[in-house]
Design a protein around this ligand. Structure first.
Ligand SMILES: *Cc1c(COP(=O)(O)O)cnc(C)c1O
Length: 391
């Protein structure tokens, strides 16, 4: 495709990298027939991507009825779908029970009571895991840390025995396991070590109380990706991730270990392509005003997240000497979008070759929490999507 014709802003998804990433996961877990990976659909629900992941045999971790529908449409078997989330509406619970999904991750007693009641009415039984708040802090951004004691997510560790006992009084509920999730974009394996040790302790505690029947331990997701060097590290270090759990977590005989990976599966296979609309020379700063904004990729504005930005193609009519030189001296640009909010900044002081109107930039590592979080604020169009390297 001639890049002149490319409509921007546009997400480009590299299916070859997605397939390689999934193969890397499968290679790590293949000798463990009790390990199951569910893809966290919330990271990217593009139908092509979901289809590729479902065909690879991973399950789906869904947090809404819409995600359950998308997963079913993409071919995930219902039994391999897990439904998580702190605020499940009645229709979403009905949808999950009706489809026969494998598991519900439950976050409170009121929710458990509603699932029990709806399941009874529908003559079904729901297999459930409790999401326990392990009070393990991940070394990541405050807005994406979820495992601390004071949190809207999960059930406090001190209530664990009580909720399990309560669930055993309910006719249409079967307690099958424990679920944890400590946050996202975690690169320090020590955080996962801390979670594993906490789970070991909780399992000991349950056994001392005579509570057994924990078939599933679900350690959530959260493995991070290299936003600084996407070309050096296109595939996350799954080896050290899975080995951390293998070495540190004391599974009981017959227990399954579940993982819910999102970002680490789809993050690196996506880039957001955007064109330079204007270069504005300020008195102190130099701005590259591009046609993508936080409506297309909100992570920098929302979390202060860093994405590597690079020039991929100079404008066809740009014949300046600097553009023709193979390695022109970089200049510092604030790369900003068109939206009427001062937070609409992709990167400050970003080193780039001298830019001109029409130049095409790639905002890298944008496959996770990018397109799926796009909005139409300012009555903007949703970003375009281009799929490359399809099998
Ligand atoms: C968001 C989320 C995930 C996926 O997180 P990643 O950081 O994208 O791997 C997994 N489990 C739960 C409960 C989540 O909320």
């Amino acid at each position: 495709m001639n890049s002149q014709d490319l409509l921007t802003p546009c997400y480009v998804y590299d299916m070859a990298l997605l397939r390689d990433t999934i193969e890397a996961i499968k290679a790590e877990i293949k000798e463990h027939d009790n390990y199951f990976v569910h893809y966290a659909v919330k990271a990217n629900a593009n139908p092509n991507i979901l289809r590729c992941i479902s065909e690879s045999g991973l399950g789906a971790d869904c947090v809404s009825g819409g995600e359950i529908k998308a997963a079913l449409e993409a071919g995930f078997p219902a039994k391999d779908i897990v439904f998580a989330g702190v605020g499940k509406a009645d229709w979403e619970i009905e949808l999950g029970l009706d489809a026969g999904i494998g598991l519900f991750n439950v976050e409170s007693i009121p929710e458990l009571e509603v699932i029990n009641e709806i399941a009874g009415r529908m003559n079904r039984r729901a297999d459930i895991c409790f999401r326990i708040n392990p009070d393990v802090g991940a070394h990541t951004h405050a807005n994406i840390t979820t495992g601390l004691a004071e949190n809207k997510f999960g059930i406090s560790m001190s209530d664990m025995e009580a909720v399990i006992s309560a669930s055993r009084q309910m006719d249409n509920i079967r307690f099958v396991g424990l679920h944890f999730h400590i946050g996202s974009q975690i690169l320090d394996m020590e955080d996962f070590v801390a979670l594993a040790h906490r789970i070991n302790h909780l399992q000991d505690q349950l056994e001392e109380e005579g509570i057994n029947g924990v078939k599933i331990i679900n350690v959530g997701g959260g493995l991070g990706i290299d936003y600084n060097y996407p070309d050096s590290n296109p595939i996350p270090n799954f080896h050290s991730y899975f080995h951390t759990y293998k070495n540190e977590l004391e599974l009981r005989p017959g227990q399954e270990l579940h993982f819910e990976l999102g970002r680490s599966i789809v993050g690196q296979m996506g880039s957001l392509l955007t064109r330079v609309l204007y270069v504005k020379e300020g008195h102190v700063k130099r701005f590259a005003i591009v046609d993508a904004g936080f409506t297309d990729l909100i992570r920098p504005a929302l979390y202060g997240a860093h994405h590597h930005i690079e020039l991929v193609k100079i404008a066809a009519d740009n014949t300046s000497e600097s553009a023709k030189s193979s390695s022109p001296t970089p200049l510092l640009y604030d790369v900003v979008g068109p939206i009427c909010e001062s937070s609409d900044v992709f990167q400050k002081d970003c080193p780039l070759p001298p830019l001109h109107r029409g130049d095409l930039l790639a905002i890298r590592s944008a496959g996770a929490y990018g397109e799926i979080m796009a909005s139409q604020y300012n009555c903007r169009q949703l970003p375009h999507v281009l799929i490359i390297n399809e099998a």
